[in-house]
Design a protein around this ligand. Structure first.
Ligand code: F6P
Length: 332
């Protein structure tokens, strides 16, 4: 299958489900189109006047970049008219987004973060789009927020697109993880990274060390051991990375293993974590598990969390299985 386009790959997969009518394949193709347009907007950067602040805040109280707003609009506009989506939920919108009455509705709910790691954008560093696809409940014409609040194990598909030196789309539909590189000359995503697998062991960790004093003891213990390496209890020395864009950290882990943590901390006691469950932690956990890794809050498998709200935050510890299990054990 190496060298085939994303749409060829999806049609091939669709044929394995004889009753499939193609709506899901077309939805993923719509998302790929959105990501191509976002890739273009991100790469045009200052040439299109796209950098800098938008002058507004999102529901999380985060200052929005111009590109947060632009990419959100690109994603919504690419999906709302096609008839494959029942409703959308975005990091950038307080409420869920209904499909305008002029357009037909489909059977899928899509949660997305249009520009993950957007603080990187003015620095010309990697950013990305994350998405999670759920089924709308049978017979529901106008989905409500509650219809979105399904545990991560219910995801039909999860993916992200990273806008780095190349634009790469990573996808799972629950049957492994595949990566597709955008060939700008022909405007197609091409399968370049089939069947991505995460090694169970690693010597590389990623965490924002500046939060160290706010962590709980299990995370502090784990990171201290990594820092001490062979001079502490571990049999190897560790390397550290922090790109400040989850898409880039997860892509690195899919490529060469590693562990990424945004754990619970007491920096802002009102928050259960930093990362958002529905459009960051859940899709990334689905991808990581499908590639043979593990994902937990430290106390619970992320994909099992019953969501309470669209913008819920959770602690995230994901990556190479044996290291995630070690940290989970430290929490016991
Ligand atoms: O909002 C999500 C996010 O940008 C992630 O992509 C990234 O891992 C994290 O926040 C960066 O956090 P910090 O600002 O603490 O480095």
């Amino acid at each position: 299958m190496n060298g085939v386009s994303l749409i060829q790959f999806l049609i091939h997969e669709q044929r394995k489900t004889p009753l499939a009518k193609g709506g899901f394949t077309l939805l993923l193709n719509d998302i790929a189109s959105a990501c191509k347009a976002i890739s273009h907007a991100v790469h045009r950067g200052a040439l299109a006047g796209n950098l800098g602040l938008a002058g507004s805040e999102n529901i999380q109280g985060e200052v929005q970049k111009q590109l947060d707003v632009i990419t959100n609009q690109i994603f919504i506009k690419a999906l709302e008219w096609t008839g494959h989506v029942a409703a959308l939920a975005s990091e950038e919108n307080d409420e869920i987004i209904q499909i305008p009455s002029a357009y037909p509705k489909g059977k899928y709910l899509v949660c997305f973060d249009p520009l993950d790691g957007s603080s990187n954008v003015d620095l010309n560093m990697s950013v990305g789009t994350i998405f999670s696809i759920l089924r709308a409940p049978e017979g529901v014409a106008t989905p409500s927020t509650e219809d979105f609040l399904q545990a991560g194990v219910n995801q039909v598909c999860a993916g992200f697109c990273i806008y780095g030196p190349s634009t790469i789309m990573v996808l799972t539909t629950g049957n492994g993880v595949n990566g597709f590189t955008l060939d700008g000359d022909i405007g197609e995503f091409i399968l370049t990274h089939p069947n991505l697998r995460i090694p169970p062991d690693t010597a590389e960790f990623a965490i924002n060390m500046s939060n160290q004093r706010f962590w709980e003891e299990p995370v502090r213990r784990y990171v201290n051991e990594c820092v001490k390496g062979v001079d502490g209890g571990r049999e190897k020395n560790f390397n550290m990375r922090w790109i400040a864009a989850m898409v880039a950290e997860v892509y690195r882990i899919l490529t060469r293993g590693g562990i990424f943590m945004y754990p619970y901390d007491t920096k802002d006691p009102g928050k259960e974590g930093k990362l958002r469950l529905m459009y960051e932690a859940n899709p990334m956990s689905f991808i990581i598990e499908q590639a043979g890794g593990a994902s937990s809050t430290g106390r619970q498998r992320i994909l099992h969390i019953p969501p309470k709200s669209i913008h819920q935050r959770v602690p995230v510890i994901l990556g190479s299985k044996n290291e995630v299990e070690r940290i989970v054990n430290y929490h016991r």
